[in-house]
Design a protein around this ligand. Structure first.
Ligand SMILES: O=c1ccn([C@@H]2O[C@H](COP(=O)(O)O)[C@@H](O)[C@H]2O)c(=O)[nH]1
Length: 278
């Protein structure tokens, strides 16, 4: 099977550099006139798939928003993943898993093994038990054409105290994560399968992303205050690898299908303009 990096590169070339999240928060369900239960969740997710699945490169369901409904919510997540795959978009499950290696193996089986009901193209992962503890995810992803996006510099202000703490060798925690992921992507063409999460809200932090050779997922746009114009400041010469990600900014335009499509087109236009200046 082709690598995730190859598949993502093609999807972005064909559909444009955009990831849209499916985050069915209670407030959004209410805004769409839907009940805060599994029926509302199902309708919400189906509407996003219908509106965007056939036109957006990457769709990112937020697992927490499905998990809060228990087993039936996870059932809707399974069905949403299937619908997205059928519609042609890549599925990035935002699940931020991380643990000791033996447990990471189980998470890898859950999301990156093609025989799993929750199998997706890529997941987000937390490196705070050590990037090395995520090795079972990297191995299974590599074996089956999957991807892993590891948190490096997150969009929330609370991340700074941990991620920018300085380690014994003088690098920040985030830079050690960046460097380890860069190693995994060495030599991959046109793009490695192992990405980083770097928030669009963080400004110029002086971190060196030049050797990553993998996708840089940029959440924090729209509802969290980041703008497409901020991407240049955050990513500098690494702009061509950026995958901008919006959830509420686009979802606020629902449940009207045309409204969702227009919102996605608008932010994609903003991102194309911002990334083209690189
Ligand atoms: O650093 C991070 C990592 C992940 N997220 C997730 O992205 C979306 C953002 O939603 P918006 O509505 O566009 O604010 C959400 O699922 C977060 O959990 C992030 O925001 N920052």
């Amino acid at each position: 099977m082709e690598s995730f990096g190859v598949r993502l590169h093609r999807a972005v070339a064909e559909r444009g550099p955009l990831c849209v999240g499916i985050d069915p928060h209670p407030g959004l369900l209410a805004r769409w006139g839907l009940s805060d239960d599994v029926a509302g969740l199902d309708r919400f997710a189906r509407t996003v798939v219908e509106a965007l699945g056939d036109r957006i490169a990457v769709v990112k369901p937020q697992s927490a928003c499905f998990e809060r409904f228990g087993a039936r919510g996870v059932g809707i997540l399974e069905s949403t993943i299937r619908q997205l795959r059928d519609s042609g978009s890549l599925v990035l499950l935002d699940v931020k898993r991380g643990d000791i290696g033996s447990t990471v193996s189980a998470y890898a089986s859950a999301y990156l093994d093609p025989s799993s009901p929750l199998y997706v193209d890529a997941i987000t992962a937390s490196p705070y038990l050590g990037v090395g503890s995520l090795a079972p995810m990297f191995e299974l992803a590599a074996a089956h054409g999957g991807g892993v996006f590891v948190l490096a510099l997150t969009s929330n202000p609370e991340g700074t105290s941990v991620q920018r703490a300085v380690t014994a060798d003088g690098r920040t925690v985030a830079q050690t994560v960046i460097d380890e992921i860069s190693q995994l992507n060495r030599g991959a063409e046109p793009l490695g399968s192992f990405g980083l999460v770097v928030g669009a809200t963080i400004g110029d932090t002086g971190h060196d992303l030049s050797a990553v050779n993998g996708p840089l997922l940029a959440p924090g746009l729209g509802a969290q205050g980041g703008t497409a114009a901020d991407l240049r400041n955050v990513f500098g010469s690494s702009l061509p690898s950026v995958l901008p990600s919006y959830s509420r900014e686009v979802l606020h335009a629902g449940p009207d299908i045309a409204g969702l499509r227009a919102a996605a087109d608008r932010v994609l236009g903003d991102c194309r303009a911002a990334l083209a200046t690189s």
